[in-house]
Design a protein around this ligand. Sequence first.
Ligand code: FAD
Length: 543
Amino acid sequence: MAEALGEFFAAPPSGVSLDLLEAFGRIVQTDDGILPPRVFIEAVEQSPVAISITDTEANIIYANKAFEHLTGYAQEELIGKNQSILSYKVTPIEVYRDLWGSLKQQKPWQGVLINRRKDGGRYLADLMVAPVQGVGGETSYYLAMHRDVTEMHELEQQVRNQKQLIESVVDAAPVVIALLDSRGDVLLKNKAYEQLAIGYAGRELITSLLQELSDGVIATNQDGLLQGNDFFNKELALDDRARGGKRWYTCSGAWIEVKGLEADDYFVANRSPSLLLVLNDISLQKQQQEQVRANAMRALMAEQQLAYGTRETLSGAIFQLQGPLNMLSAALAIQQRRNQSVEYDPLNNALTEVLKSGEQVIENLRSALPKASTEPVTPVNLNEVLREVLGMATDRLLAGGVEIDLHIAPVLPAVLGRRYELCSLVKQLLDNAIDALAEPGCSRRDIRITTRTEDNDIVLTMHDSGPGIEETQHFKVFEPFFSAWRRRKRNHTGMGLTIAQEVAKQHGGNIEIEPQEDYGPGCEVRLILPLKAPRYLANEMSG
Ligand code: FAD
């Protein structure tokens, strides 16, 4: 066979042994003979991949130019040597066992080995070995091809290291990070995202997040793909299902063009947009802000209430002083008429003096009346007022074990008014309801609150399960200094409802006490505010 091939190749390439020609002869024999074997030899010889052919013990019988170039060994140094000449004894023995295990089963093997060049330099060899079978089916030779993949490995490792570094940084960052593809599927997420996603099933968290961003920031087109512009620090709230409650975030989004990974994307830059979302937890700041705002509101309301209280008290005192003074004035007139002829009447003089000083006192009290409110008139939503008042009363409600049954209108038009005054009013009604539940003999402790639009009014009702107010006192409760609590209450002057009614009237509205049999015993207080504000409020607003 070897001779036959030798004759066929009149002038075989230098360094090509008869054994090798026989090896090629076997390979070529599988062909139909149309292509001359020389073509194969020249192609292999000039191939840029390191190619070697060994006997079944891995002794080299042929190595091409690229093999010489890569390993640094010349043909004559390689022929007859074992492939282990390249072994750099660091490759784990299991790798060689695996290689030989495959070859013994006449299966090709592919893997990476650490090879050593003649000069001692090492490189990573991506090796492919295949058995070449003889006519009887037995393995006659092994064909090996390998290339240096050190640089590629370095690059891959660099990418892996960078990825790991980025992932550690992203994981350590105290923000929630998620990268979404245009279908809304999560491509990349960090630990904070995973923490937030606890308790959310499937795509629920992304759906909630996109819902929060749907008001003009992110939209979905008719193909169901996300679209929008970059955005910065959009405030949103999400349920924290792991810890319970709501958490507040500022969310920023940046669209990133990611190149496709398909074969089709290799030459053509098919880019698909991905959305990088970064959420910064601002719940603590939000709580602090809310605290500051609530405290400022409490202070303002207390100030207003004090001013109102002083006004009402002084007005009451003026009213009560006015009665005796009127009587005194009448008595003086009678006295003067009786003693017209008398030049000096001491009683007359005394009465005149008392009357004068009484009028002076009234004048002094009038000038001490605090000025009317300077709070601006704005559109006020009674649902929001209620939310704030309930927020302020949370501690009291919890301490008193009071259950709130809230039925608020989902959409409630705003009324024109003074926000803090209306807050004080609603707070007064709620405080009264809570106080009522602390009265003796009160077994149930619940307050039902509703808001609704009724004809041209906004109506807020507060129904407590307390002892109620006798029908004969439905109007009396609005009088100054009236108090009918059975259990003494601190800081109660009997001015609360008087002031509340005053505020309601100033807003063109009214407070009514209604017995509501259908809600069971207790007291229902109804605040009615007109949707169309009184002219003076509207003027103040436009002015
Ligand atoms: P060795 O002790 O010689 O072998 C290590 C283990 O390999 C043994 O414990 C045994 O399990 C297995 N083994 C070795 N020889 C045989 C055998 N004849 N039959 C069954 N199992 C055996 N190695 C490289 O390091 N670099 C190469 O580029 C490379 N190319 C190869 C190309 C071909 C075509 C073939 C067939 C083998 C090639 N080898 C190559 C493997 C090489 O022949 C050695 O097995 C390897 O280098 C380990 O040699 P060693 O002296 O370090 O250890």
